[in-house]
Design a binder for this molecule. Structure first.
Ligand SMILES: Nc1nc2c(ncn2[C@@H]2O[C@H](COP(=O)(O)OP(=O)(O)O)[C@@H](O)[C@H]2O)c(=O)[nH]1
Ligand SMILES: [Mg+2]
Length: 329
């Protein structure tokens, strides 16, 4: 018996949540039970009341706004506790048509995928400016390169996860859980499949992409940090190389003239070259240290996965129709 939980992170979505919920399918082939979970991230417009009125099965409320990354992780944790075998995440602004959910879970049911990502086909989205399209494509290309996956639309939030993938993922960066999860999944060797979808017309401006500059900064910092988490030695070595090469060239310059009988020339090259070589060496040693630390992170990751699995295999408490759980601040 396969249980699907559809989770919807919400921040002030009272206006569009009802339409989003009404659009969700009530039956999906291969799924015995479908439940909905709304994670209200400190909304002040009565989003939780709308969720109650619409008969949402589970509602989690944050006392204050904690951001989407934390909200998404709380949603995954709650879905796992509620016994979900598959978790679908969708936006509360009715951006993604609910009728794609059967297609989204199909590759999971056929065991072809651990994570399925809806590809919004940014070229086809009329309200995206050419600049926004190019940026989204550049972002997705960078994520593909860094993660070693072939995801065409990395920032898409409409996705399905297996229980096992949800147990393994731990959101590490605050700004872009969408990229974070792809890079983690790629590095862990989870199978990611993409399916094409068409999105509904926007009901309101994007909250996450407040401005182009903010978007680029958030995405770039997420990608660089995660690359450094997963490939620390390479990251630090790449950073050290310019210092080492310049230092070496300056030394060679001095040495060349030294051999040709002009030992007092280019003494400055020796001083600056030595400084640069030392800086390069230090950066490289930081990389070695970070590489050792990353092995500990891998062990912690595996321990956490096994611990969560054990914790969740304990008998579940009797379920209630509505949980109004307050996540700890
Ligand atoms: N928890 C939480 N959710 C947010 C926040 N900002 C946006 N969201 C939710 O994240 C989802 C995606 O937001 P949206 O503005 O549609 O972003 P876009 O689809 O990337 O343009 C929606 O369901 C929002 O309610 C936030 O600060 N906290
Ligand atoms: Mg949206």
């Amino acid at each position: 018996m396969v249980k699907l939980i559809i989770q919807i992170p919400c921040y002030n979505e009272a206006e569009t949540l009802a339409a989003t919920l009404a659009d969700l399918p009530t039956a999906v082939p291969g799924i015995a039970c479908i439940e909905t979970l709304v994670i209200d991230d400190g909304s002040t417009d009565g989003t939780a009341a709308v969720a109650v009125r619409c008969g949402v099965n589970h509602i989690i409320s944050h006392r204050h706004n904690m951001g989407l990354a934390r909200t998404f992780q709380d949603g995954l944790d709650a879905s796992l506790r509620l016994g979900a075998d598959i978790i679908v995440n969708t936006d509360a602004d009715n951006q993604y048509p609910g009728h794609y959910i059967p297609e989204l879970v199909a590759p999971i049911l056929s065991t072809a995928a651990d994570i399925v990502i809806a590809n919004r086909q940014v070229d086809k989205i009329a309200h995206f400016s050419p600049m926004k399209r190019r940026l989204q494509k550049l972002g997705s290309w960078t994520v593909r390169t860094v993660s070693g996956t072939d995801v065409p639309d990395a920032p898409s939030g409409f996705r399905a996860y297996t229980r096992d993938a949800a147990l393994r993922l731990n959101i590490l960066t605050p700004f872009s859980y969408t990229l974070d999860t792809i890079i983690q999944a790629g590095k862990m060797g989870l199978a990611i499949v993409s399916i094409p979808v068409e999105t509904n017309n926007p009901t309101r401006p994007s909250r996450l992409q407040r401005s182009m500059w903010h978007f680029i900064k958030a995405q770039a910092s997420t990608i660089i940090r995660l690359y450094a988490f997963y490939e620390p030695l390479r990251t630090f070595t790449y950073t050290a190389v310019p210092f080492l090469v310049t230092g070496l060239l300056l030394w060679l310059r001095f040495f060349y003239y030294f051999l040709w009988g002009r030992p007092n020339q280019f003494i400055q090259s020796v001083t600056i070259g030595t400084g640069l070589l030392l800086v390069g060496l230090l950066i490289f040693l930081f990389g070695v240290q970070a590489d050792i630390t990353s092995k500990h992170r891998q062990l912690t990751q595996e321990t956490l996965y096994r611990l969560k699995k054990l914790e969740l295999s304990a008998p579940a408490p009797p379920s209630r129709a509505q949980d109004h759980t307050d996540a700890p601040p």
